[in-house]
Design a protein around this ligand. Structure first.
Ligand code: NAD
Length: 483
C-alpha cells in the first residue's frame, strides 16, 4: 500500500468551509493518499486577540507537514490586524505564487477562447513588505522593496516552470520607466536570467501596456513573471477573463514548504448559501497533489472536473443560458465531479500529470554581485508646515558642514529649490539633499551625524534620513523630478 502524505488543512472563513468540504470530499472519493491535520486560522483567531490570525500550534503543524491546503479567510479591516496570507507566505519563504488561467471554451463563456496564461507572481517583496510610515500631518510612505536574490529566485522559477511544462515564452511586466532602481533591477535580472534559457523566448513590457494587451489579446502571452503588486492585480484580471475568479487555483512555492489555495477571497456576500464555486480551491488541491507526487490522483480529479464543466453542470458564477445545461449549488457540483471520476473530457484537453510535475526546483541564487560602495551625501526629510521653500533653503544652508552642502530641495519628489516652479503644490514634508563638496572627499557616518547635529541646532524638524551611496561609481539613488 502506498504511504499517505501528511498535509495541513484550514477551512477558512466565509465560503471557505463549504468549498473546503467540497474539495476534501472529491479528494477522498479519488482515494488521495492524505493524512490531514486540521488547523484553525482567520476570523475566529483574530477575534481571540491573536493579531497574526494564526496560533503557535498551527505553525507547528505547518513546519511538520510543509504542505498547506488553505481555504480563503477574511482579514478584519484596520485594528492592527496583519494579513494572514502575507504572514504565512513570508514566514515560510513561499516566494513563488503560480496562477494558471486557461479558458474552457466553448463550455464557459469568455471573450478569449484561446487564452492559456500562467502568472508567476513574486510573493514576498515589493509593496507587500508591509513597511509603512507616517512622517508628518500630511504624508505617509510605503517601502517598495525589490532585492536581487528575491528577483533572481522568482525569475528563475518562471523559466524553470516554463521548461518543466513545455511552455514557449516568458514575459516580464515592470514599470521601470518610472521606478528605475526597483523595477529597473527586476527587469535587469530578468534579462540576465533569460540569457541562461536560450530555448525559451523572452520579452519585457511596461506593465500598463502589458496589462492592456493581456486584457485585449491574452493569447499572445504564455508565462508572465511580475513583481508582487502587479502580479496580484493582473492574476485576478486574468482569472476574470476566463469567466470567473472562482475558476483559478494557485500554488505558493518555497524552499521550506508550499501552500495551495484558490485565488479568490472568502466571498462573505454568498457565504453559507450553497452558491460558491469550489473549482478554484479544487484546482489548487490538484496542484498540491502534483507537488506531493500524487500525479495519478491529480489527473483523476482534474479530468473529472473538466468533464463536469464540459457537461454544462455549472455554479451560478459561470452559468450562461445557451452554454450551461444545469445550474447547481456547491454540493450538487461536488457530487457531479465525484460521479465523473475516471472519465476524461471529449473536447477539452485531457490532463496528464503522471510523468511531469508542475513544481520545478530552483537551484540556488547564482548571480552574486558585490560592488564598491561610496557614501556621497544624505537626504534629510524635514517637516516644514508653514514657510516657503526659499525660507527653508536659507535655514538649511546654515546647517551645511565642511563636507556637505545643500544641493536641492524637493517636495513629493519634485524640485522646489533652487529654481522651483511657483505652481508646484507642496505638502508639509520636504527633502533636503546634501552632497559632498568635492568628489575626492571620503564621507563617514560621523560626517552625516555632524550635519544632523547642525540641523538640530537650527531647529530643522527632520523625520527621516536616507544615505546617498554610489555603487561602482553609479548613484544608488534617483535624481529629483525637474532636476
Ligand atoms: P472575493 O474574492 O472574496 O469576492 C469578490 C467577488 O467574487 C464577490 O462578488 C464574490 O461573491 C465572488 N466570488 C469569489 N469567489 C467566488 C467563488 N468561489 N464562487 C462564486 N463567486 C465567488 O473578494 P473580496 O470581496 O474583495 O474579499 C472578501 C474577503 O476575502 C476580504 O476579507 C479579503 O481580505 C479576503 N481575501 C482573502 C484571500 C485569501 O484568503 N487568499 C484573498 C483575497 C481576499
Amino acid at each position: 500500500m502506498l504511504e499517505s502524505t501528511p498535509i495541513t488543512v484550514a477551512h477558512g472563513d466565509g465560503i471557505g468551509p463549504e468549498i473546503m468540504d467540497a474539495t476534501l470530499r472529491i479528494l477522498e472519493a479519488a482515494h488521495a493518499r492524505l493524512n490531514i491535520e486540521p488547523i484553525e486560522i482567520g476570523e475566529a483567531v483574530y477575534q481571540r486577540g491573536v493579531s497574526a490570525g494564526i496560533e503557535p500550534a498551527a505553525w507547528d503543524s505547518l513546519r511538520r507537514t510543509k504542505v498547506f491546503l488553505k481555504a480563503p479567510i477574511t482579514t478584519p479591516q484596520g485594528g492592527g490586524f496583519k494579513s494572514l496570507n502575507v504572514t504565512v507566505r513570508k514566514s515560510l519563504g513561499l516566494y513563488a505564487n503560480v496562477r494558471p488561467c486557461a479558458s474552457f471554451h466553448p463550455f464557459v463563456e469568455t471573450k478569449h477562447p484561446h487564452m492559456d496564461v500562467v502568472i508567476v507572481r513574486e510573493n514576498e517583496e515589493d509593496l507587500y513588505a508591509g513597511v509603512e510610515y507616517r512622517y508628518s500631518d500630511q504624508e505617509t510612505y510605503a517601502l517598495k522593496l525589490i532585492s536581487r536574490p528575491g528577483t533572481e529566485k522568482i525569475v528563475r522559477y518562471a523559466f524553470e516552470f516554463a521548461r518543466h511544462n513545455n511552455r514557449q515564452r516568458v514575459s516580464c511586466f515592470t514599470k521601470d520607466n518610472i521606478m528605475k532602481l526597483t523595477d529597473g533591477l527586476f527587469h535587469k535580472v530578468f534579462d540576465e536570467v533569460a540569457a541562461e534559457y536560450p530555448d525559451i523566448e523572452h520579452s519585457h513590457m511596461i506593465v500598463d501596456i502589458g496589462a492592456a494587451r493581456l486584457a485585449d489579446t491574452p493569447d499572445r502571452f504564455d508565462v508572465i513573471v511580475m513583481p508582487n503588486l502587479y502580479g496580484d492585480i493582473l492574476s485576478d484580471v486574468a482569472a476574470q477573463l476566463i469567466g470567473s475568479v472562482g475558476l483559478c487555483g494557485s500554488s505558493n512555492i518555497g524552499e521550506h514548504g508550499a501552500m495551495f489555495e484558490a485565488i479568490h477571497g472568502s466571498a462573505p456576500d454568498i457565504a453559507a448559501m450553497d452558491l460558491a464555486n469550489p473549482s478554484g480551491l479544487l484546482l489548487g488541491a490538484v496542484m498540491m497533489l502534483v507537488h506531493i507526487g500524487q500525479g495519478d490522483v491529480a489527473e483523476l480529479v482534474h479530468n473529472a472536473w473538466l468533464v463536469t464543466i464540459e457537461d454544462g453542470v455549472h455554479t451560478p458564477d459561470i452559468f450562461h443560458p445557451g452554454v450551461s445545461k444545469q445550474k447547481v449549488g456547491t454540493r450538487e457540483f461536488t457530487e457531479a465531479v465525484m460521479r465523473r471520476l475516471g472519465q476524461t473530457p471529449q473536447q477539452l484537453k485531457t490532463v496528464r500529470y503522471r510523468s511531469h510535475g508542475m513544481s520545478p526546483h530552483v537551484k540556488e541564487v547564482r548571480l552574486a554581485h558585490s560592488s564598491v560602495k561610496e557614501t556621497v551625501g544624505v537626504d534629510l526629510f524635514v517637516v516644514w508646515p508653514t514657510g516657503t521653500p526659499d525660507e527653508l533653503a536659507a535655514l538649511s544652508k546654515k546647517a551645511e558642514t565642511d563636507q556637505l552642502a545643500l544641493q536641492l530641495i524637493t517636495n513629493r519628489g519634485v524640485k522646489v529649490w533652487p529654481d522651483g516652479q511657483p505652481e508646484t503644490f507642496c505638502t508639509d514634508l520636504y527633502r533636503l539633499r546634501f552632497l559632498r563638496k568635492s568628489d575626492s572627499l571620503k564621507l563617514s557616518h560621523r560626517d552625516i551625524l555632524t550635519l544632523m547635529d547642525r540641523a538640530i541646532e537650527h531647529k530643522l524638524d527632520f523625520a527621516k534620513t536616507e544615505h546617498l551611496i554610489n555603487f561602482d561609481g553609479a548613484p544608488g539613488f534617483t535624481m529629483a523630478q525637474g532636476q
